[in-house]
Design a binder for this molecule. Structure first.
Ligand code: ADP
Length: 171
């Protein structure tokens, strides 16, 4: 299968997906928060927060993996995106690292399907055009040299994000 055939874009709520792993746009405490993080913790139930408490947080750009608890996924990969602070504070490299480290964890765990929200594009205010460009570039880079994950789903929670991804999908 070509790399392009391994990438899909969907509109909707990431907590409803049935995949091997969903990625959580977490904060560095890993103790839950707003946005997609809050939605994932609500849907997963309190067991997820209990498991996260054992992980001692996560640095920006890094990723950690847990079980899926009440979600219809085997794992949640928690990554901490950068807060947008003008773009000259290492934000692009940190956001790229979120994708690369999430992919690396997924491949190490033999995961075949993974879904990402638009990391940093909510409360952390990363400009959507720039964030989706990084997301797609890191995905193409990883998939072109790794067989796993077999399939990557970008989940757009708004029309604006759906549009931004759709212009970047490989032909
Ligand atoms: P961050 O703090 O990294 O910016 P947010 O959760 O605030 O994280 O936002 C990240 C992206 O996730 C935003 O585009 C937001 O619209 C989106 N989002 C929020 N809830 C969901 C959900 N249930 N499913 C998928 N995406 C979501």
């Amino acid at each position: 299968m070509s790399v392009a055939d391994r990438i899909e874009l969907r509109r909707g709520d990431i907590t409803k997906l049935v995949v091997d792993a969903i990625v959580n746009a977490a904060n560095s405490s890993l103790l839950g928060g707003g946005g997609v993080d809050g939605a994932i913790h609500r849907a997963a139930g309190p067991g997820l927060a209990l498991e996260c408490r054992m992980l001692n947080g996560c640095k920006t750009g890094q990723a950690k993996i847990t079980g899926g608890h009440k979600l219809q996924v085997k794992h949640v990969i928690h990554t901490v995106g950068p807060v947008w602070n003008g773009g000259n504070h290492g934000e692009p490299a940190l956001l790229a690292a979120c994708y690369a480290n999430s992919f690396r964890l997924a491949a190490e765990h033999g995961l075949r399907t993974i879904a990402f929200p638009a990391i940093s594009c909510g409360i952390y205010r990363y400009p959507i055009e720039q964030a989706t460009e990084i997301a797609m570039a890191e995905t193409l880079k990883f998939l072109s040299v790794n067989d796993l994950p077999e399939k990557v789903t970008f989940v757009a929670f708004s029309d604006e994000i759906f549009q931004a991804y759709s212009t970047r999908l490989p032909a």
